[in-house]
Design a protein. Structure first.
Length: 316
């Protein structure tokens, strides 16, 4: 049975990935970890370690203690916050990744590190963005994601490290709020729709972005790590897509459930400039053909589930 370490377990993806992995591989075979000790108590239903991705000796000790054979790396400063802290973004997103690649090389581990639509830039084709295309991002987040893809490819080709990854769209979830992303509006809108029946959107109408519901994002992370490695051509950077929408579309979908919902706009220029540099929608045919990627949720089914779960969570 796999022995898995999840780095960044308290984050938006990590917090749900740990629970999903424990259901499949067993509670005691999935070690959750985060730089913070004050995490969701659910993460402590199985092994939990306080880990800083820059602390190589401590990570190595945890790998040995639990006989880890697979690491999921969900540690990253996201796009908008990265523009305020570019040096820290590089140190954590790349310095941390290099640490994990070296540990994976030395201890013969498999390593999942997600990339993102943020790995594309203004010169990338925006519609049906190809698997192989121009990648000249103009955010430090995007620079770290492109660099991460190349580093993971290098460690696979040069040292045989089993590195794998997907390019995630904006991810929408109802458990842990995202922190500092450009696509955060697509999560916040659901909370505000229930709490206030109104929302101030910080991206313009007509700003189309690839988005994905968390259950599909979790499935992608698990399925690629279970995939037949001999079939993986684009091993570290598979485009994975589920839906593409702009603020008007998600607002109209919410109105089908909350007719009195209203949305106004106050544009966040930093996030708008970042969103303008990203694709409208990606071509994910490589993931479909190489490891049978297939999303389950679209905007309608995600909205129905988000509002149902949040109505209970927010007691409305
Ligand atoms: C961000 N949610 O907005 C993240 C994600 C594709 C977007 O990487 O930075």
């Amino acid at each position: 049975m796999k022995k898995i370490l999840v780095m960044g377990s308290a984050g938006q993806i990590g917090s749900e990935l740990v629970l999903a992995l424990r259901k499949i591989y067993g509670e005691n075979n999935v070690v959750a970890s985060d730089i913070r000790a004050d995490v969701n108590p659910q993460l402590k239903n199985g092994p939990f370690e306080v880990l800083d991705i820059l602390d190589v000796p401590k990570i190595t000790a945890v790998v040995k203690k639990y006989e880890i054979d697979t690491i999921y790396n969900l540690v990253a400063l996201l796009s908008a916050v990265g523009e305020q802290k570019p040096k820290l973004s590089w140190d954590i997103n790349i310095g941390g990744l290099v640490n994990l690649l070296e540990i994976a090389r030395e201890h013969k581990l498999s390593l999942f590190t997600p990339s993102s639509i943020g790995a594309f830039g203004p010169s990338t084709p925006k519609k049906n963005t190809p698997q192989n295309t121009v990648q000249r991002p103009n955010t430090i987040y995007g620079v770290t994601k492109v660099s991460g893809e190349l580093l993971c490819d290098y460690y696979f080709k040069r040292f045989g490290v089993d590195t794998r990854g997907v390019r995630y769209p904006g991810i929408i979830s109802n458990v842990t709020l995202p922190g500092g992303g450009t696509t955060d509006y697509a999560v916040e809108i659901y909370y505000k729709a229930i709490q206030d029946k109104r929302f101030i959107c910080n991206l313009k109408a007509g700003t189309f972005l690839d988005m994905m519901y968390m259950p599909d994002a979790i499935k992608a992370a698990i399925d690629i790590m279970e995939a037949d490695p001999t079939k993986l051509i684009h091993r570290n950077c598979f485009n994975v897509a589920a839906m593409s929408f702009d603020p008007e579309m998600i607002a109209n979908e919410i109105k089908k459930h909350i007719p009195e919902f209203e949305m106004k706009y106050e544009i966040d220029e930093i996030r708008q400039n970042i969103a303008n540099s990203w694709p409208d929608n990606m071509d994910d045919s490589a993931a479909k053909s190489e490891w049978n990627w297939k999303p389950q949720y679209n905007l309608a089914s995600m909205t129905e589930d988000m509002l149902k779960v949040l109505s209970v969570k927010l007691q409305k």
